[in-house]
Design a protein around this ligand. Structure first.
Ligand SMILES: *Cc1c(COP(=O)(O)O)cnc(C)c1O
Length: 427
């Protein structure tokens, strides 16, 4: 098939994320990828500033990750997890218990981040069902959040950007606290937690769980909030007998400069959702890790079991590449790499700070954000980025970067220079 055949069929028949099937934005055909570069079918090579949505932390075409998959595919690509187990699941489970904050030790594997959020929310409900506290069935979350695209995950996404009005009447309606306003680097102000505290005080008899993204709100606006907010949330959950779900699907595995977002506040959630970078971007896999107490209570009630079991649960191929990815993370100096990229993003994006049409420039770990005053024209800006040799996919007013951890100083410079050029042209 020629490139135009491929793009033609794609345009007529394939749905892409958050797009129209009738009038889609243009897409670019990727032929292959290596290191931090995507090779387009037209021969161009562009630097990937997105890590394929937080996932590809070790870069493309990574020998260690490929070998893990090749070895596993000959041994056992898949087997049902009902009544059976295998070494990849056990070895990955062991790594997750070791790496996640102390106290998290029960692991549920599933297929994607959204499903992990569904599982975490079901666990929370089943926890209070087992305790015969049937009034506690609602969730409390914060505005500007993003937790996935399935129904219950959607119910705790920001009601405006999550388009809740489309699904009204079907989507459960939960409690939304004001989003945190005090930024990560700002002076903490105790009043930032007031809205959350008031909702908790007024409704804790109905609330089973709080779900939020620790410190970094991702797809809901790329905002970095103060770790004390998270500390107060933990304290309030403890005071009012509410479980805390940390959605670390984006923040997990070093992206924000700590291994987990929760580590910025030294708190341990009752339930943690992991995904995205878990397999280094090679296979879809997610995990829900809970305290022993959550597991104990769920198992003590009727029906003594947790009611969930995906067909591809703990898929051995996905687990094997997850093990390889987490080992690479441990062996490489991920923290050094993220710190280096952080300072390169700060320096490289600095010229955007003085541009009139830029509202804010912020960096945390290997995440860089340039927020414009007005939404970008997606078709135009996408092409400008590609023409400048980089892959950057903004949303709304937000141009953001999250490079693979293996990106070197020269490539980070090329990436940020391209962003500065393209942003400068948006006036
Ligand atoms: C991406 C994301 C999800 C959803 O994960 P999928 O694998 O796309 O279903 C959930 N929560 C957060 C914080 C995410 O960034």
């Amino acid at each position: 098939m020629t490139m135009s055949d491929i793009l033609d069929f794609d345009r007529r028949h394939l749905w892409h994320p958050y797009t129209s099937i009738e009038d889609p934005l243009p897409v670019y055909q990727v032929e292959s990828a290596s290191g931090v570069r995507l090779c387009l079918a037209d021969g161009r090579e562009i630097i990937d500033g997105m890590s394929s949505w937080w996932a590809v932390i070790h870069g493309y075409d990574n020998g260690v990750l490929k070998d893990a998959l090749k070895e596993q595919i000959d041994k056992l690509p898949h087997v049902m997890f009902g009544g059976l187990s295998h070494e990849p699941a056990v070895a990955l489970g062991r790594l997750l218990v070791e790496m996640t904050p102390a106290g998290l030790e029960r692991v549920f594997f599933c297929d994607s981040g959204s499903v992990a959020v569904e599982v975490a929310m079901k666990m929370t409900m089943q926890y209070f069902h087992a305790r015969k506290e049937s009034a506690k069935k609602k969730f409390l979350t914060i505005r500007s959040g993003y937790h996935g695209d399935t129904f219950h995950a959607m119910s705790v996404c920001d009601p405006v950007t999550g388009m809740h009005q489309i699904y009204s009447g079907v989507l459960p309606s939960y409690f939304f606290a004001d989003r945190p306003e005090v930024g990560f680097y700002e002076q903490w102000d105790e009043s930032d937690i007031n809205s959350f505290r008031t909702l908790m005080e007024d409704h804790h008899q109905e609330i089973c769980g709080v779900i939020l993204e620790p410190v970094v709100q991702g797809a809901g606006g790329m905002r970095f909030y103060h770790p004390n907010y998270l500390r107060r949330v933990r304290e309030l959950c403890d005071s009012y007998d509410v479980l805390l779900i940390a959605d670390e699907i984006a923040t997990g595995f070093g992206r924000s400069g700590e291994l987990f977002g929760c580590d910025h506040a030294d708190i341990v959630p009752d339930i943690m959702c992991l995904g995205k970078a878990l397999t280094g971007g090679y296979m879809t896999l997610a995990a829900v890790v809970t305290t022993a107490e959550v597991g104990r209570v769920i198992s003590s009630g009727e029906p003594h079991v947790f009611m969930h079991g995906p067909t591809y649960m703990a898929n051995p191929l996905a687990c094997s590449v997850g093990i390889a990815s987490l080992r690479l993370l441990r062996e490489n100096d991920w923290q050094g790499a993220v710190k280096r990229i952080e300072s390169e993003l700060v320096k490289g994006l600095a010229p955007c700070r003085t541009m009139e049409h830029v509202a804010d420039v912020r960096v945390l770990g290997a995440i860089g954000v340039v927020e414009l005053e007005r939404p970008v024209n997606m078709t135009q800006i996408q092409q400008q980025f590609v023409d400048n040799g980089v892959w950057v996919r903004p949303f709304g007013k937000t141009v953001y970067l999250m490079p693979p951890f293996c990106m070197n100083t020269a490539d980070t410079a090329l990436l940020t220079e391209a962003v500065v050029r393209v942003v400068a042209g948006q006036e």
